[in-house]
Design a protein. Sequence first.
Length: 190
Amino acid sequence: MKIAEYLLKKSEHPAYTWIVFILTVCESVFLFIPPEVFMTPPIIANKKRAIPITIAASLGSIVGGAIAYVIGMFLFDSLGMWLISNFATMEKFEIARELFIQHGILIIVLSAVTPVPYKLITICAGFLGFPIWLFLGVSAIFRTGRFATVAALLYFFQERANTIVKKYFWPLTIGAIIAAGLGIGLMTLI
């Protein structure tokens, strides 16, 4: 209980907005932790932070998407291959590439609003030379919509979420770790 209260208090600090921005940039390039994990504590702690946190996550996603796009376009043979081999597989990249070629914008939308690895699609978009402004525009609209939806839910149910986090901090933490582990495990099997 004390750890949950401590973390919620720390997440109220104005610098936490920058932490959300930086972690979302990283998530768009190589992290496999959804941005909602970074967004939740400050909004639960203080629902007035919903808009700044959503903006930070959205901007971080756009910056990270641009970085991953550039990696795919100019650094695919070095950094792109390294990221794919360390955080996915070439088989997954080939599947993403084929889907991207067949469905283009629809794949960007799906990767923006679902747990499909956004970073693979972003690197793929750069590698294939998909128009950057179209890619970033569609990503910005749908990733911002996703983050705004989560922030709105946390805003309207802040008191209930705060109570749940304080009451079930350790089961939620352990469950998140297990879910992340299973997700990474499943990704290596596919």
